[in-house]
Ligand binder design. Structure first.
Ligand code: NAP
Length: 435
């Protein structure tokens, strides 16, 4: 028998469990830990609430979760309630699938001003992550600035721009929907420190900006490279740049027809955040030129009015005591997923925040290959039986998968019309809903 502990119940965690189950069938027991009482990590609290089709992948994870030898162990924070060392003593392999839940810091003067948020916090707020549900952003100002030109910047921009009607089929949480209803935002500027050929936005997601009810994306034609230079781009990026070209071609009448303008500000590197009475009022920006793919400051400085700033510049894994950490990469130190024999990492905790949800599937299968090579038939560890004793001794309030199904039922029952669920946004309500 092999006993495996997976820490983190997001895509990387469940793909890894699926791989272990497929490989060993009856000869494995997998426990998937999560610090929240609810499973699926980024699918629940990261993927945008208006991207329900992407969230559908949770059904695949549920299949794995419901197999006989895979268990969900919710509401247990590894590194806090139980140490990695203690789990290693109980399980043949401990696999960290904890993702990258912290914001990469902007590191600019003024980044501690009120109404400046990182995307982990802001996305967590509108997705009802218990850690960020109380964020309380002020959306009453006219100007929002979103820093970064990746898919998270697109998510944040789209959420700020949508009408209430456009949220009908989403599972955006009520506190965010209410706040957005009263939003005064008229301009959203997306700041990119490089040019149109350097965006990280994928075509489908970028195309959505062109179809919003009350907002129009605007690109200055002068920022676009000559069209024949698009030929060298890989096909996905070429499609994205084609969207930018179509945004640049919107006629004046189209601009006037929509009350919210989404400006793409290329070659624009944020230098400082300026405030008044402790709250952000502007972003100081330096114009750049791209040389050898890198943004170089030109010395030209300007100010963008900003009542709200959301920085979407990437994420970091949260370190865990006694686990080696690669500070530069912002993830656990590892060699292809192996931290040390018996201790592994997978997904964003292994490689940093890149790729799509599906990228985690091969990662999960690959880490199980490593585990198999290291542990063979297993070393007669106590596995879940040992953990259950420890949990009882410590008085941990473990949440099981069937508890989660009760929580989910209550969320579905509470949904507003057209929405799949109304999420609980605090841990106490989640736990109360299973009782
Ligand atoms: P990302 O794709 O890495 O984009 C980060 C952006 O931030 C880049 O434009 C980067 O510019 C910019 N940036 C980084 N440091 C900066 C700084 N100091 N100042 C100004 N700009 C800075 O990251 P992400 O948007 O957080 O997305 C993370 C991953 O999740 C990606 O793989 C993404 O595709 C995925 N995701 C997918 C979806 C979807 O498929 N619907 C939705 C959300 C997220 P440079 O390029 O110049 O460094």
């Amino acid at each position: 028998m092999r006993h495996i502990a997976i820490i983190g119940s997001g895509p990387a965690g469940y793909y890894t469990a699926e791989a272990a189950q497929k490989r060993w069938g009856d000869a494995v027991r997998v426990d998937i830990f999560d610090r929240l009482p609810v499973p699926f990590g980024l699918i629940r609290t990261g993927v945008a609430p208006d991207h329900q089709s992407i969230k559908g992948v949770a059904r695949r994870y549920e299949k794995t979760a419901l197999t006989d030898h895979v268990r969900f162990v919710g509401n247990v924070a590894v590194g806090e309630h139980v140490s990695v060392g203690e789990l290693q003593a109980l399980y043949d392999a401990v696999i960290l699938a904890t993702g990258a839940p912290e914001d990469r810091p902007l590191g600019l003067k003024g980044d501690d001003l009120a109404n400046v948020f990182g995307s982990a916090a802001f996305v967590g707020w509108y997705n009802g992550h218990p850690q960020f549900a109380g964020l309380d952003p002020d959306l009453s100002g006219r100007h929002a600035v979103v820093i970064g030109m990746g898919n998270v910047a697109l998510d944040v921009t789209r959420i700020l721009a949508k009408t209430q009607r456009e949220f009908t089929a989403s599972d955006i949480v009520a506190h965010a929907l209410d706040r957005l209803r009263a939003s005064g935002i008229e301009t959203i500027t997306i700041l990119g420190r490089r040019g149109p050929h350097n965006i990280m936005m994928t075509p489908r997601e970028l195309g959505e900006l062109g179809e919003l009810e009350r907002a129009i994306p605007l690109v200055d034609p002068a920022d676009l490279p000559p069209i024949d230079e698009d030929a060298i781009l890989e096909p996905g990026l070429r499609k994205s740049v084609t969207h930018l070209r179509s945004f640049a071609a919107f006629p004046e009448s189209a601009r006037k027809a929509k009350p919210i303008a989404i400006h793409f500000d290329f070659y624009a590197s944020p230098k400082a955040l300026l405030g008044e009475d402790g709250k952000v009022r502007a972003v100081q920006v330096e114009r750049t030129a791209v040389m050898g793919g890198r943004p170089i400051g030109t010395g030209e400085i300007y100010e963008l009015p900003a009542d709200l700033v959301v920085s979407c510049i990437g994420y970091r894994t949260t370190p865990i005591p006694d686990v080696p950490f690669d500070e530069r990469g912002g993830h656990f130190s590892n060699e292809d997923g192996r931290i040390a024999p018996g201790l592994y990492c997978v997904g964003w905790a292994k490689r940093g925040p890149s790729g799509t949800i599906g990228t985690n599937r091969p990662d999960g299968y690959a880490v199980v290959d490593l585990v198999a090579a290291d542990i063979g038939g297993g070393a007669d560890k106590r596995g879940r039986e040992g953990f259950d004793e420890l949990a009882e001794a410590r008085g941990l309030e473990v949440v099981t998968f069937s508890d989660w199904k009760k929580i989910e039922e209550a969320e579905i029952a509470a949904a507003r019309e057209g929405s799949p669920r109304e999420k609980f946004v605090d841990i106490a309500s989640m736990i109360a809903a299973r009782d």
